[in-house]
Design a protein around this ligand. Structure first.
Ligand SMILES: Nc1ncnc2c1ncn2[C@@H]1O[C@H](COP(=O)(O)OP(=O)(O)OP(=O)(O)O)[C@@H](O)[C@H]1O
Ligand SMILES: [Mg+2]
Length: 301
C-alpha cells in the first residue's frame, strides 16, 4: 500500500553536512502495523516527514496506492501524527480544530462533527470539546493530534511517537485503535522508543541506523532468531563463584543467561556442572532485548 523507495536526504548547514537518509526503502502493506525503530537521530522523523510530503527527498520516491505526495488521492488516503505540539490551531476549540481538519479532508460538515465527537469520547476529550486548543495539557494535545490524524478514516496512518505524554488510559485507547485499524485493513507506520509498545503492536519491524535500513523483518521471525536464547536457571544454592562464558545476571538462586545460539546450551550445562540445577526455562524474547542486541552487534541476523 505504502512504498518508500531509496530515500536520500542531506541537510546542509555552514561547514557541515548531515547525511540524514542514505537510501531508505521499505513498504507497509494493508492490514499491517510496521514499527520504524532506531536511536535518536537515526532518520525516523525525516522519513515520516517525507511520507507526509512536508519535506522533499534529494532523491527517491514515496507512493501510496500509486498516488504521489501532494496529490488529492494521496491526502485523502493518509493520516499523520507527527509533531503533536504544532498540529492544532491554538485559538480554535478542540471541536473546531477537528471540524476544520475534517472539512480540509473532504468530509461533509455533519459527518465531520459526528466523527469529531466520537473520537473525543473515545480518547477522553469529551469535557474539552469547547476548550481552546491552547489551554490543553500536553497529553491532551497529543490526543487532539491523534484525532486530527484519523478523523477522515485514512487507509494509511503514520504515528511518530504517538504514546509520548499520554496517560495510561489514553495510551491503551491508542493501542486498541491502532490494532483495530490494522484489523480493518489499514496500513500503520509508527515510531516509538517504547519497545513494549512496538512489541504489542507491530507485525513487522524496520530498524534504521544512520539513515539506512539495518533490518526489516516480521516481528515473530526477529524474536525467534534473535531473542529466543535467554534461559532462566534455578540453582539449588545461591552461587558465589559462578564461572560462565556467557552474559548472565544472578539474583539469589536464579540465574538469567543469554546464549549466542541453541548449541550454547550444552556448554552452559557443562559450565554449570559444579552446581545443582533445579529448573531451567526458556524465556520469551522481548523486542527491547532484541533491539539492544541488534544495535550492539550492528549485523543482520
Ligand atoms: N531540518 C534539519 N536540519 C538539519 N538537520 C536535520 C534537520 N532535521 C533532521 N536533521 C538531522 O537529521 C538526522 C535525523 O533526524 P531525525 O529527526 O529524522 O531522527 P529521528 O530518528 O526521528 O530521531 P529521534 O528518535 O530523536 O526522534 C539527525 O542527525 C538530525 O540532526
Ligand atoms: Mg524523531
Amino acid at each position: 500500500m505504502l512504498t518508500v523507495t531509496d530515500l536520500h536526504k542531506t541537510f546542509r548547514a555552514v561547514k557541515r553536512e548531515v547525511h540524514a537518509l542514505n537510501g531508505v526503502s521499505f513498504a507497509v502493506n494493508a492490514g499491517e502495523v510496521v514499527a520504524l525503530l532506531g536511536a535518536n537521530g537515526a532518520g525516523k522523523t525525516t522519513t515520516m516527514r517525507m511520507i507526509v510530503g512536508l519535506m522533499l527527498p534529494d532523491t527517491g520516491q514515496v507512493r501510496l496506492e500509486g498516488f504521489a505526495p501532494g496529490s488529492r488521492g494521496y491526502t485523502t488516503r493518509l493520516g499523520a501524527l507527527l509533531d503533536t505540539a504544532r498540529s492544532s490551531a491554538s485559538r480554535l476549540s478542540v471541536l473546531e480544530n477537528l471540524e476544520y481538519t475534517a472539512a480540509l479532508r473532504g468530509l461533509p460538515p455533519k459527518l465531520g462533527k459526528a466523527r469529531a465527537l466520537e473520537l473525543c469520547a473515545e480518547l477522553g476529550l469529551s469535557d474539552k470539546v469547547q476548550a481552546p486548543a491552547q489551554t490543553l495539557s500536553k497529553g491532551m494535545h497529543s490526543k487532539l493530534a491523534l484525532a486530527n490524524a484519523i478523523i477522515h478514516d485514512p487507509v494509511c496512518v503514520l504515528l511518530d511517537e504517538p504514546t509520548l505524554g499520554l496517560d495510561l488510559e489514553a495510551a491503551d485507547a491508542l493501542e486498541a485503535r491502532v490494532l483495530q485499524m490494522a484489523r480493518s485493513g489499514k496500513a500503520v507506520l509508527l515510531t516509538t522508543h517504547q519497545m513494549e509498545v512496538a512489541q504489542r503492536l507491530a507485525d513487522r519491524v524496520v530498524i534504521l541506523v544512520g539513515g539506512r535500513v539495518l533490518l526489516d523483518q516480521p516481528k515473530g521471525v526477529l524474536l525467534s532468531q534473535f531473542g529466543a536464547q535467554t534461559y532462566r536457571v534455578t540453582l539449588q544454592d545461591a552461587p558465589s563463584d559462578l564461572n560462565l562464558e556467557f552474559p548472565h545476571t544472578v539474583h539469589g538462586h536464579t540465574l538469567t543467561v543469554t546464549l549466542p545460539d541453541a548449541d550454547g546450551l550444552y556448554a552452559l550445562f557443562e559450565q554449570l556442572r559444579p552446581h545443582a540445577v533445579m529448573n531451567i526455562e526458556k524465556l520469551d524474547a522481548d523486542l527491547g532485548t532484541v533491539f539492544r542486541r541488534v544495535m550492539h552487534a550492528d549485523v543482520q541476523p
